[in-house]
Design a protein. Structure first.
Length: 178
């Protein structure tokens, strides 16, 4: 299996050197041209010459996180689409599937990733985390236990944290829309 990956990597490097554009860059361009971004999201590129560095903003219009504005960085590596992009939440938030360092627990960014998935799949997956947080596959175990054991209290702590409040001695970013 390792030899297969090394062979694919060498083929990709050879193709890049002959055309100047890597297969990953071609796929990223295709994915961007097919993006279908709902009104509760927006995308931007800090540097338009670096299409592999994408910023995403999610503004949920329902659920626990309604009224918030959450920013993510998406880095697409040179082995895309064989490897998933790296996604980080840029806000410190109280969420079962996002830890306080911004790491995101989303199955399609890990074990369920496959090259058929695209940027739209990731955007939909991230949006779904805000509409239906998953307490069964957490990164923030305390928030997950809180959601499982006291959904109403969890909702109150989410609202407090979104205002820049403190939950379990962690101070969170104010992410409320102004």
């Amino acid at each position: 299996m390792r030899k297969l990956w090394e062979l694919k990597k060498k083929e990709a490097e050879k193709e890049k050197s002959s055309s100047g554009i890597s297969p990953a860059q071609i796929r990223v361009q295709k994915d961007i041209s097919e993006l279908d971004v709902p009104s509760t999201m927006s995308t931007s590129w800090p540097d338009v010459t670096k299409l592999h560095e994408l910023l995403l903003e999610i503004r949920p219009d329902e659920g626990y996180y309604q009224g918030g504005k959450f920013q993510f960085s998406i880095h697409i590596g040179s082995n895309y689409p064989h490897d998933p992009p790296k996604v980080r939440c840029l806000n410190k938030i109280y969420h079962p599937n996002i830890d306080t360092q911004g790491n995101v627990c989303l199955n399609i960014l890990r074990q369920e990733w496959n090259p058929v998935l695209n940027l739209n799949s990731i955007l939909v997956g991230l949006q779904f985390l805000f509409l239906a947080p998953n307490a069964e596959d957490p990164l923030n175990k305390e928030a997950a236990a809180d959601l499982r054991n006291d959904p109403r209290g969890f909702g109150m702590r989410v609202k407090s944290s979104m205002q820049g409040g403190t939950v379990q001695s962690d101070v969170f970013d104010n992410v409320l829309l102004s």
